[in-house]
Design a protein. Structure first.
Length: 299
């Protein structure tokens, strides 16, 4: 019997059948000093045994196709989707980075996280990386901006959008500001294949108006488990349920953002999130839509 099958909450049975996690970090990520609670093989095996269909392997610093392909061989019956994050570490906001990733099987592109000006200014993951990597000295005034002073998208951003027309992958807003993410969404180029990254996080902090407009423009809103744990404590299940009601379950995806040493296994993070939302009044059908149908359509 799997861990999920023996969960004391009977609502857990079958809840993850067919689930897809669009946001799961692996190990190593930034350094060996930030370990996940399990090896990738162990964790993804648990995902498979819990009934999940796929996970997306994310890294802030390296493209993941090679690791993802190997993990699929090591965990038969589980799809491991490769990705690339357009940080400077991995090549940056360049069309050839997108094409290289796509030709190696990547299914998701994350727009800049640590390299985004918004993240640098807010002291987001860039600060965490600087605490691990001695030679990395982020400049709070620097980083990638996708908007020019007049509010128009930069030529660099348009080049990335053109590449994503040729190589149509799912696109995460990364750690761009909500204003920047909306400017990209307003082009209409990424409708129904763009996700607004963890809007409740300190690195994003998107308000209700931004969430409603993003959903109207065909963007999915990420409802992320990581921030609910006391080690971060930025949000509770009631807050997340409110977001679901604001934009509708048909416009949300549930993810783990599995990352830190203290984090439970990634499938358990999804299960905690799902049960927490049920407790907050979201229906089982809505939870399944956000765990399975919506993310499944994106990969």
């Amino acid at each position: 019997m799997t861990e999920v099958a023996t969960h004391p909450d009977e609502r857990a049975v079958g809840l993850l059948d067919g689930a897809v996690d669009l946001h799961r970090h692996g190990f190593p990520e930034i350094s060996e000093g930030i370990r996940t609670s399990l090896s990738d093989v162990e964790d993804i095996t648990l995902c498979r045994d819990a009934g999940m269909k796929a996970v997306v392997l994310k890294s802030h610093v390296w493209p993941t196709p090679g690791r993802a392909h190997l993990l699929e061989q090591l965990v038969p019956g589980m799809r491991v989707v490769p990705s690339v994050t357009l940080n400077e570490f991995a090549g940056g906001m360049r069309p050839e980075v997108i094409e290289l990733a796509a030709r190696q099987g990547a299914g998701v592109v994350y727009l800049p996280t640590a390299s985004a000006h918004n993240d640098l200014a807010r002291g987001g993951i860039s600060r965490r990386i600087a605490g691990e990597i001695d030679s990395y000295h982020p400049d709070p005034a620097g980083g990638v901006r996708v908007l020019q002073d007049d509010g128009a998208l930069t030529p660099e951003t348009w080049a990335v959008l053109e590449a994503l027309e040729t190589w149509p992958m799912t696109v995460y807003s990364g750690h761009l500001s909500a204003e920047e993410a909306l400017a990209i969404a307003r082009t209409g180029r990424l409708a129904d294949r763009m996700v607004l990254s963890h809007p409740d996080s300190d690195s994003i902090d998107a308000g209700d108006e931004a969430l409603v407009e993003a959903a109207r423009l065909g963007v999915y809103i990420e409802i992320c488990a990581l921030g609910t744990y006391p080690q971060i404590g930025r949000v509770d299940y009631g807050d997340l349920a409110r977001t679901v009601r604001l934009v509708g379950a048909e416009r949300c995806v549930l993810t783990s953002d599995y990352f830190f040493p203290w984090a439970p296994p990634s499938h358990r993070m999804l299960l905690d999130l799902a049960l927490g939302l049920l407790d907050a009044g979201i229906t089982r059908a809505e939870v399944r839509t956000m765990l399975c149908d919506n993310p499944g359509s994106l990969v």
